[in-house]
Design a protein around this ligand. Sequence first.
Ligand SMILES: CC(C)(COP(=O)(O)OP(=O)(O)OC[C@H]1O[C@@H](n2cnc3c(N)ncnc32)[C@H](O)[C@@H]1OP(=O)(O)O)[C@@H](O)C(=O)NCCC(=O)NCCS
Length: 176
Amino acid sequence: MSTPSVVALARKHRSLLKDFRNQEPSLVEYLRRFALRHAEKDLLSRTYLAIHEEGGVDRLAGYFSLSTVSVERTSVEELPTLWKLPRFPIPGVLLARLAVDARVQGQGLGRHLFEEALGLTLELATSGPVAFRLFVTDAINEDAVRFYERFGLCRLSDAFPARMVLDIKPLLGQIP
Ligand SMILES: CC(C)(COP(=O)(O)OP(=O)(O)OC[C@H]1O[C@@H](n2cnc3c(N)ncnc32)[C@H](O)[C@@H]1OP(=O)(O)O)[C@@H](O)C(=O)NCCC(=O)NCCS
């Protein structure tokens, strides 16, 4: 599969959403029922689609959703780069959802989407008008925890969904 383009979900994409398949029904349902509403009406999260073209037809290969979050200071006590911060909740961007269509998993798209989501976050942290320190997600199961650990996220909870965080400060100098 060639590298798909990643675009913000809009009304014109509605017909693409119906065909999306994933082993986690909640991630399919979110995309079909809530993602557009949350982006356009409720302003709760923004969703990005990976669309690839196959024989002249657009197909939805995966998606992620971004939102904001605040993480309790006590829950990051163990992380050496964060324990000196003041005892306030720590602001961050939440990777609220990430899923790849079951038919194209294992081909690098999950990594590509993760890197796009982190890239948008680092752009916002570098040149946006707000400051925040964490990139955060809630891993749905053990497989998802292992997936995110590959990218350096640290697990904060043994229960599921398992909150996982990445301190973005060391990454900010790497933006071109
Ligand atoms: C997790 C998910 C997004 C990965 O997508 P994918 O396209 O199959 O992943 P990739 O092919 O890009 O794999 C990226 C890396 O993660 C690894 N990886 C993929 N799935 C993994 C898993 N379940 N456990 C551990 N590692 C995993 C791959 O081996 C690869 O490593 P490499 O780059 O060193 O070779 C996809 O399996 C999915 O939609 N799962 C169900 C929903 C889910 O769990 N979402 C995330 C948490 S809410």
